[in-house]
Ligand binder design. Structure first.
Ligand code: GSH
Length: 224
């Protein structure tokens, strides 16, 4: 049996979804973000030293962290050929690419956007506010927003080539990429101007396993 250490409104939602897609039995231990800081509770550090979500523990004593590594490991160990392209094919190369692109490239500017948006609106002495706003505004206009836009344009173009990120078949790479697309909609400016990505979101929301994961994981709303 697998146990998902699930933080509300977080990347662990996609691990629940993965396990539902594979129809694997699993337990959930729930953790709640601090309402002020949005950080995970210290109890998650008892499971993995970084205290980040997702973490999965297995009956045979493994602790898995880092969502891409979790998805790849679960698909390899328990997937019986499902959710991953046959190795050595062009689809397998695309699968690996998107598995890494999600956290290695796409999430960085989205995280920076979250941080700088918060700086702009956080409480501080009145004289510091214009300085903070100017720095945040410059970081966003010079680096963060152009990178998010370029990633979105790239993803939109790729989804023009095939229905799913790795090809014509739904794979674990789509589960990994889902958080990027959802976060882009919540705070990265993704909207109807990029119809392929919006249709992709509709396709994933329509999957019964995605719905079941929401039922088990509880309310899910990404930070914006
Ligand atoms: N690259 C890591 C990121 C893990 C991560 O930052 N998780 C967030 C939730 S989406 C978290 O645990 N935040 C709470 C905290 O940092 O205390 C992954 O994909 O697993």
């Amino acid at each position: 049996m697998l146990t998902v250490h699930h933080l509300n409104n977080s990347r662990s939602q996609r691990v629940l979804w993965l396990l539902e897609e594979l129809a694997l039995p699993y337990d959930i231990v729930h953790y709640q973000r601090d309402a002020q800081t949005m950080l995970a509770p210290a109890s998650l550090r008892a499971v993995h030293p970084l205290g980040k979500s997702p973490v999965v523990t297995t009956d045979d004593g493994f602790t898995l962290a880092e969502s891409g590594a979790i998805i790849e490991t679960v698909v390899e160990r328990y997937g019986q050929g499902r959710l991953a392209p046959v190795s050595g094919t062009p689809e397998a190369m695309r699968y690996r690419y998107w598995m890494h692109f999600a956290e290695g490239t796409a999430m960085s500017p989205l995280l920076l956007k979250l941080v700088f948006d918060r700086i702009e609106t956080s409480k501080m002495p009145f004289f510091a506010k214009p300085i903070a706003k100017a720095i945040a505004g410059k970081a966003k206009s010079a680096f963060i927003n152009p990178n998010i836009a370029s990633h979105l344009n790239f993803m939109e173009a790729e989804l023009g080539k095939s229905e799913w990120f790795a090809g014509d078949t739904f794979t674990g790479a789509d589960i990994q990429m889902s958080f990027v697309v959802e976060a882009s909609q919540a705070r990265g400016g993704l909207d109807a101007k990029r119809p392929k990505l919006m249709a992709y979101l509709e396709r994933i929301y329509a999957r019964p396993a995605y719905q079941r994961a929401l039922e088990r994981g509880g309310p899910y709303a990404l930070l914006s």
